[in-house]
Design a binder for this molecule. Structure first.
Ligand SMILES: Nc1nc2c(ncn2[C@@H]2O[C@H](COP(=O)(O)OP(=O)(O)O[C@H]3O[C@H](CO)[C@@H](O)[C@H](O)[C@@H]3O)[C@@H](O)[C@H]2O)c(=O)[nH]1
Length: 383
């Protein structure tokens, strides 16, 4: 029997996702037409023996989250429950705090997934690898180029055994081009080192300063406190993948992730892709059309918030910030909005209930919710 835990964080996280995260918590933001974590849940539900999926985070369980959980339980015929941390306990604190719930029913192993990643989730392959060796920790790893690797957890492996010999979270200089995907398979024994960190934290008192995290003993950073500490001791292994994978940190990366998932829909969900119908729009590429959308305008490389309207013959356009197509190891850059005091050209984002009149151009701009524009704008943040 297996379980899965999805780490969904909380309201202080996902600030690079504003203004989109004002309307809906980031883990529920639609990517390729469905909430971001629905892709995770679908992948977990397909693994034979999956018994339960637990979401751990520090959001208040509000209406959208409750509705999502109910719908997911029905669709996948599995318990999908939310466990709320009393404070931000870090990526490992919630796992330790809710250990009894995770281990209830004695699962053979449990997956742990960061909510803000897009992947084809090779969970069955990870399970096979785990069953061969039964090590406490199995990390999914992929490659990144030298510069971009510094934005991730970096893994030095033994290429023969795939043991993790050295792990550094977001190093300041190059360590390895193998990066941590934030997708793990843990055996029940993995909770023992978490208990050791908890007990050490209790003895040592005040934790070293970790911005945004609760300063109590219950806070555990999976990456620094566990992976770095246990690397080279025969407990942590890496499973390498060259499948699709990207982080979803900003609106630009959500758009890129949508593209990756849409390209998989041909195989996984052909019913979600728009088809050409007589008299309907001409469909080029892999397209998801929201049932409420009416097409009579040009929207490119943009995210349009709920309830927004774009007038006829208007053009809403952004500049995609996709990884360099000429570098097979390139990943999304952790984008910053400004360079040398200037707004960088990026995707256009319309917050919710924005009104764009007919026949205007909105280019490389971010429009905050509830704005009614009366003219064209280029390279602006409209407050
Ligand atoms: N429940 C809970 N979840 C949390 C907390 N803090 C973060 N998370 C969740 O844990 C995941 C990781 O978040 P970050 O702490 O922001 O780390 P990161 O910068 O995304 O880096 C992590 O992911 C990379 C891959 O995307 C890794 O390369 C890196 O090593 C690390 O694991 C996200 O899904 C986030 O919502 C917390 O206190 N509580």
């Amino acid at each position: 029997m297996l379980k899965a835990v999805i780490l969904i964080g909380g309201p202080q996280k996902g600030t690079r996702f504003r203004p989109l995260s004002f309307e809906v918590p980031k883990p529920l933001f639609p990517v390729a037409g469905v909430p971001m974590i629905q892709h995770h849940i679908e992948a977990c539900a397909q693994v034979p023996g999956m018994q339960e999926i637990l979401l751990i985070g520090f959001y208040q369980p509000d209406e959208p989250l409750t509705q999502f959980l109910e719908a997911a339980q029905q669709e996948f015929n599995l318990p999908v429950r939310y466990l709320q941390e009393f404070a931000p306990l870090g990526t490992g604190g919630g796992l330790y705090h809710f250990r009894d719930q995770i281990l209830a029913g004695s699962p053979e192993a449990f997956f742990v997934l960061n909510a803000d990643v897009c992947s084809d989730f090779p969970l069955s392959a990870m399970l096979e690898a785990h069953r061969r060796q039964r090590h406490p920790f199995l990390l999914l790893g992929t490659t990144a180029n030298r510069t971009q690797s510094l934005n991730y957890g970096c893994i030095v492996e033994n290429p023969q055994t795939h043991e993790v010999l050295h792990y550094v979270e977001k190093p300041s200089t190059f360590i390895s081009d193998i990066i941590n995907c934030g997708i793990y398979l843990f055996s029940p024994e993995a909770l023992k080192p978490l208990r050791d960190v908890f007990q050490r934290n209790q003895q040592d008192g005040q934790l070293e300063d970790s911005p945004g995290l609760w300063p109590g003993a219950g806070t555990i950073r999976l990456e620094q406190d566990v992976f770095s500490a246990l690397a080279g001791q025969g407990q942590i292994y890496v499973h390498l993948t060259d499948g699709i994978w990207s982080q979803i940190k900003s609106a630009g990366s959500a758009l890129y992730a949508s593209r990756l998932y849409l390209s998989r829909y041909q195989d996984t969900h052909p019913e979600r892709l728009a088809k050409h119908t007589p008299g309907g729009p001409w469909i080029r590429g892999n397209v998801y059309i929201h049932p409420t959308a009416k097409e009579h305008t040009c929207v490119l490389h943009s995210i349009v918030g709920w309830g927004s309207t774009v007038g006829r013959w208007a053009r809403v356009e952004g500049t995609p910030s996709d990884p360099n197509p000429n570098d097979p190891r390139a990943r999304m850059d952790s984008e910053s909005l400004f360079k040398d005091g200037k707004l960088l050209p990026a995707i256009t984002i319309l917050g919710c209930r924005v009104r764009i009149p007919a026949e205007v151009l909105i280019l490389n701009s971010i429009v905050l919710p509830h704005k009614e524009l009366s003219r064209s704008f280029t390279n602006q943040i409209i407050l």
